[in-house]
Design a protein around this ligand. Structure first.
Ligand code: NDP
Ligand code: 8X3
Length: 257
């Protein structure tokens, strides 16, 4: 297994769900963690807990990945000893609402596009030049099965994840001839705060998404991320698609009820 001890890993959207699980998985393997999210107080509290649990170091900062200037500034201002990012887990993202595309609220439309597509491109744009200088690095995108299928009410979210699929494939070509690796981990239903965010805090509606299903956990996804990150340096995992056994397509879910 390719060793991660002492490697610097940057996880976006680390304050919840898949991002937080990736932090814990990499910290268990001895990597140092750079973490960001918008809810910095919540993230700081998580870091305090992680510092007690894992024998490694953490650096947290507040960042909205959809703000280009803030992304540039945050990466520029990372302390020197944290500048050499080895692995970027480009995870921050969301679905907002479940309306058809032309009736989607403008703040929902912009929120998904700006975070899931532009945010990923902004973070890549800020981090990759350093990787190129060092001719070393790995970008792991968190895509989705929504990047492969479209489902009713999911047009815009699915479009953002189709974009991630294109960005993942194209970035590998952009980095052709370098030692830098590019991967995408594309899960189906994962029980996190994802649906709570999608339905703006309506827990009953969010819970219905997972009713009667044994969904993936954030740790199942982190496990796939770790698989990508721990291959020998000459192996590039292009994409991993995973779903819980109760899901067979984006809209085909077996409910045990
Ligand atoms: P959560 O809602 O649990 O976590 C989302 C994370 O993204 C939070 O830490 C949130 O932090 C952060 N985030 C959201 N917007 C921004 C922003 N503008 N800038 C910085 N951070 C932001 O959801 P998941 O863990 O499930 O989602 C993580 C990724 O996984 C997303 O890209 C999602 O599309 C993808 N995914 C999820 C699936 C699922 O079923 N759950 C399935 C397939 C893919 P904060 O609010 O503090 O900024
Ligand atoms: C999240 C998976 O199918 O709920 O990307 O949109 S889905």
């Amino acid at each position: 297994m390719y060793k991660l001890v002492g490697r610097t890993v940057f996880v976006t959207g680390a304050s919840s769900g898949i991002g937080a699980a990736c932090v814990e998985a990499f910290a268990s393997a001895g990597a140092r963690l750079l973490v960001c999210a918008r809810r910095i107080e919540r993230l700081q509290k998580m870091v305090e807990k992680w510092e007690k649990t894992f024998e490694t170091s953490f650096l947290a900062f507040k960042l909205d990945v959809s703000d280009h200037d803030a992304v540039q500034q945050a990466i520029r201002e990372i302390p020197a000893e944290w500048q050499e990012i080895d692995i970027l887990v480009n995870n921050a993202g969301k679905a907002l609402g479940l309306e058809n595309s032309f009736q989607t609220r403008l703040d929902h439309l912009d929120g998904m596009m700006d975070t899931n597509v532009k945010g990923v491109l902004y973070v890549n744009k800020a981090v990759i030049p350093g990787m190129i200088e060092r001719n070393r690095g790995h970008i792991i995108h968190i895509g989705s099965v929504a990047g492969r299928w479209v489902y009713p009410g999911g047009t815009i979210y699915c479009a953002t994840k189709h974009a991630i699929r294109a960005i993942n494939e194209g970035l590998k070509m952009d980095l052709h001839g370098t030692e830098i690796r590019v991967s995408s981990v594309d899960p189906g239903l994962v029980e996190t705060e994802f649906s709570l965010v999608r339905f703006e805090g309506d827990a009953e509606r969010a819970n219905q998404i997972y009713a009667g299903v044994v969904p993936l956990t954030a740790f199942d996804v982190a496990d796939a991320v770790m698989y990508c990150a721990t291959r020998p340096p000459h192996v590039n995992i292009n994409e991993i698609s995973l779903m819980c056994v109760d899901q067979s397509a984006a809209t085909m879910v077996n409910r045990r009820m």
